[in-house]
Design a protein around this ligand. Structure first.
Ligand SMILES: Nc1nc2c(ncn2[C@@H]2O[C@H](COP(=O)(O)OP(=O)(O)O)[C@@H](O)[C@H]2O)c(=O)[nH]1
Ligand SMILES: [Mg+2]
Length: 458
């Protein structure tokens, strides 16, 4: 996600942060480089133009030129602007209280990921303690009802299907709604028919479904990989049907991120969720703040800790969080994190969240990093060694290498990497502590950039 953009923008940021003085020329050069990066990321041209004009204007203002640290000020401006283009604040679902039935209508073209996303949302709501029902209102594709039933069984959510030969989605919808009322269901997620292209028949059918459903949320499901066309589709659906938000799917495969960056400005509709894989768990609430930090290469400790929390049990995650803050992370923690990473699935997405790693890792690097090997090395250490890495001298290193079937160099590399991780955490902590703990860490990420992080030093 945003891989190339992140790399480019980081270069610019590093260049600017290194300047003790900023003049109009510096600013223009920097903004120009960002402009090219944005265009290459397939961001809408008009959006780029607006971004450039407003950033230059603000950056040339008194505040930046006269600031004690103008580089930091400039970076903050870019960060806040990217955050605003990504939609500003987090936008979750707006549903009724659980004593009534809320309806979520899923719209979009065929293959965009509607059915998958319906199941993902259902699972998410179930985890939040709601009682969702999936309504299979895609009657055009023969296998559609079957597909949603399989997914529903997988996540343990009920599904409502019409009878054999039923041709009218509105009938099924109405039946599903009364079924929901009788069965203490509080949220009905309606999967609809998509076509390969927007056409009048589809829009008419959706209008009828909308009128019957009186939805609380009208979500467009669009494929992020289609870039600007996802934004155009959102615009059309909003004009014809009306949307409350967008889910961008296949975010895991979209390296450019142009759709996410253009959507809010072009359509005025918020990006609420992103699909990050094919499994029912692979749906994330979209956090503009965190993505802005990620694009600037600041990593994203908040997401990291939260994601780890899902994979580890709560206790363990809290303990690690506490350790990060106290800076007494051990090799033992590294081992449990490695194992958590394996549980989490995508190593790439995990690494992207680590400060300084964003845009630095390719799949190739991940191969080289060889997580399994690291796990074996860590397992060949004694508990005492894992509790205190400082006792691991040359002879212990040799023993660990022998025991794990690796080389002394590989053991050394792991230890070095661990040191690096600790140093990085220490930097994060310093700024966190100075401003008062973990909550402040979040603030720091949104505003006051610590100088060495913004410079991208590791
Ligand atoms: N990698 C990836 N694949 C996805 C995602 N969402 C959906 N898919 C895949 O896209 C294909 C089409 O999804 P489907 O839900 O059937 O689309 P629909 O026609 O709109 O209902 C399926 O193969 C899904 O597994 C996602 O977020 N990431
Ligand atoms: Mg479908």
């Amino acid at each position: 996600m945003f891989d190339k953009l992140t790399l480019k923008v980081r270069d610019v940021m590093r260049f600017v942060a290194g300047k003790s003085r900023i003049n109009e020329k510096n600013i223009e050069d920097a903004v120009d480089a960002i402009k090219i990066a944005l265009l290459e990321a397939d961001v809408n041209v008009r959006v780029v133009r607006r971004f450039v004009n407003s950033t230059v204007e603000e950056a040339k203002g008194e505040k930046v030129m006269r600031a004690v640290d103008p580089g930091q000020q400039f970076i903050k401006i870019v960060h806040d602007r990217i955050k605003a283009y990504l939609g500003g604040e987090d936008q979750g679902l707006v549903l009724k209280s659980t004593d009534r039935v809320s309806v979520i209508l899923m719209l979009g073209l065929q293959g965009s990921g509607k059915t998958t996303s319906s199941a993902k949302l259902a699972l998410r709501l179930k985890k939040e303690g709601r009682k969702p029902l999936l309504a299979a209102c895609d009657l055009v594709r023969p296998a559609a009802a079957e597909q949603i039933s399989v997914l529903a069984a997988q996540i343990g959510v009920p599904v409502y299907r019409g009878g054999e030969g039923e041709k009218d989605p509105v009938k099924i919808l109405n039946a599903a709604l009364s079924h929901a009322k009788k069965n203490l269901i509080d949220t009905v997620i309606v999967d609809t028919t998509g076509r390969l292209q927007i056409d009048d028949t589809m829009m008419e059918e959706l209008s009828r479904i909308k009128a019957a459903a009186k939805p609380d949320e009208l979500l467009l499901v669009a494929d992020a990989m289609t870039g600007q066309s996802a934004v155009d589709i959102a615009k059309t659906f909003d004009e014809k049907i009306g949307l409350s938000g967008v889910i961008l799917t296949k975010f895991d495969s979209d390296t450019r991120g142009g759709a996410a960056l253009s959507l809010k400005t072009v359509t005025g509709k918020p990006l609420k969720f992103v699909g990050t894989g094919e499994k029912p768990e692979d749906l994330e609430l979209f956090h503009p703040e965190r993505f802005a930090s990620r694009i600037l290469g600041m990593g994203d400790v908040v997401s990291l800790v939260e994601k780890a929390r899902q994979a580890m049990d709560q206790e363990e995650a809290l303990a690690i969080q506490r350790k990060i803050l106290k800076n007494d992370l051990t090799l033992e923690d590294m081992l449990s994190q490695l194992r958590a990473v394996k549980k989490m699935g995508s190593v790439q997405s995990m690494l992207e969240m680590i400060p300084g790693m964003a845009g630095q890792v390719s799949d190739d690097d991940i191969e080289k990093a060889n997580f399994r090997k690291q796990e074996v090395i860590l397992c060949s250490m004694t508990l005492k060694e894992r509790a205190n890495h400082l006792i691991i001298g040359p002879s212990r290193r040799a023993r660990i290498a022998r025991g794990s079937g690796t080389s002394v160099a590989e053991v050394a590399r792991l230890l070095k990497q661990f040191e690096k991780m600790r140093t990085m955490m220490k930097k994060m902590t310093k700024m966190g502590r100075a401003a008062g703990g973990a909550a402040a860490m979040r603030n720091v990420m949104s505003g006051g950039f610590p100088p060495d992080m913004a410079r991208g030093r590791r």
